[in-house]
Design a protein around this ligand. Structure first.
Ligand code: ADP
Ligand code: MG
Length: 352
């Protein structure tokens, strides 16, 4: 019997644990919060901090492999565990994805384009960066941003002082505003044997920095699709990555692709694979990090995944009554504004 340890206790861990169960694998959740969504569907749970070496040692002894469902697990935690048990993704991959400057430097270093960017530690840095990369941009904290948090849009140099103040002293990065035609993502998986499998790119709509819907397939031509898949493959190979990764991209006019960010874990834009494919992103990740062969990522259906955010939870009675709606609720108590409470996927006959 295999036991997979998962660092983090949110909905991604919950869906990983359910996929693992289908393969006869037990999960042990390690997370600082008691009663987490993932712990409530898992065989075992440890409630302790990510720097608690005593608890981490016991956790390492109790599991056969470790993964993460949360990209801000301290790299030191992954490193501590990796001396005791296989850990994927690696501390190095986490470190790159946790810092927007390291991430963009890595991407540019392997020949992948991003929006133009500059590191910003002072107001002078910001003014110089605005001069160099144009008046419109987005200032983002280097670390710990998610769902659009830690970001401020600038329409011109007059917004600099206020935007800089909003970073509250945190190191930041200015990105040029990408006037994209659409946003897509590639969910890619790489196994311990180096095999890479990618799911069909999905097209993503955000509002207020939060993902609302993913539609599969994305409305892109074959050349753009193939370029997107090749980029994802280049990224996972360069990272010597094991597991599932989400690669967010902007499609520019004419089809050029910029990578926005990489997420070293299963990804919200891959939730449609639960219904759309024989092997979901969650099962694929479990297979990869447990050293099993990867599964077939082909989709049997097209799909639209819609997030249920905050008060959207009030539509659950209607969704329960809707034929064909595949509803997932994460078991979170309080429907705070902006909080991801669940999602619903609707399949369509596959076209193309
Ligand atoms: N440089 C940019 N140009 C235009 N839109 C952007 C840019 N950066 C981010 N966005 C928009 O904001 C969303 C969230 O930004 P992202 O960097 O992915 O942060 P998070 O870590 O919160 O997901 C993106 O999906 C995109 O819609
Ligand atoms: Mg993002």
């Amino acid at each position: 019997m295999t036991t997979l340890g998962i660092l983090g206790g949110g909905q991604l861990g919950r869906m990983l644990a359910m996929a693992a169960a289908r393969l006869g694998i037990d999960c042990h959740i390690y997370c600082p919060d008691a009663g987490s969504p993932a712990a409530r569907v898992s065989a075992a749970a440890t409630v302790a901090g990510y720097h608690d070496e005593g608890a981490l040692s016991l956790f390492a002894e109790a599991v056969d492999a470790v993964t993460t469902e949360f990209e801000n697990v301290p790299a030191a935690t992954a490193r501590f565990l990796a001396a005791r048990v296989p850990v994927h993704p690696s501390a190095e991959a986490l470190e790159i994805a946790q810092d927007r400057v390291a991430e963009k430097s890595f991407l540019n270093g392997i020949g992948i384009e991003t929006a133009p960017w500059r590191s910003v530690d002072t107001l002078d840095d910001l003014n110089a960066a605005l001069d160099e990369i144009g008046p419109r941009g987005i200032l983002k904290t280097r670390r710990l941003g998610y769902d659009g948090k830690g970001q401020v849009r600038l329409e011109g140099p007059e917004d600099a002082t206020e935007a800089f103040a909003a970073m509250a002293g945190a190191p930041a990065v200015l990105e040029g505003f990408a006037a994209f035609e659409r946003e897509i993502s590639v969910i890619a998986a790489r196994g311990t044997d180096g095999a890479v499998r990618c799911y069909e790119p999905g097209e993503n709509r955000h509002s207020e920095g939060i993902l609302r819907t993913t539609t599969v397939p994305a409305q892109i031509d074959a050349a753009t699709r193939n370029a997107a898949l090749a980029m994802a493959e280049r990224i996972v190979s360069a990272l010597d990555y094991v597991g599932v990764i989400g690669v967010e991209m902007f499609v520019m006019e004419g089809g050029a692709l910029l990578v926005n960010e990489i997420a070293p874990r299963v990804h919200n834009t891959g939730h449609w694979t639960l219904e759309g494919c024989a092997v979901s992103q969650f099962e694929q990740h479990v297979r990869a990090v447990c050293g099993l062969p990867l599964g077939d990522p082909a989709r049997h259906s097209d799909a639209v995944m819609e997030n249920l955010i905050g008060n959207d939870i009030d539509t659950v009675p209607a969704l329960l009554a809707e034929p064909g709606a595949a509803l997932h609720l994460y078991g979170k108590g309080d429907a705070r504004p902006g909080r991801k409470m669940g999602h619903v996927t609707r399949l369509r006959a596959r076209v193309g």
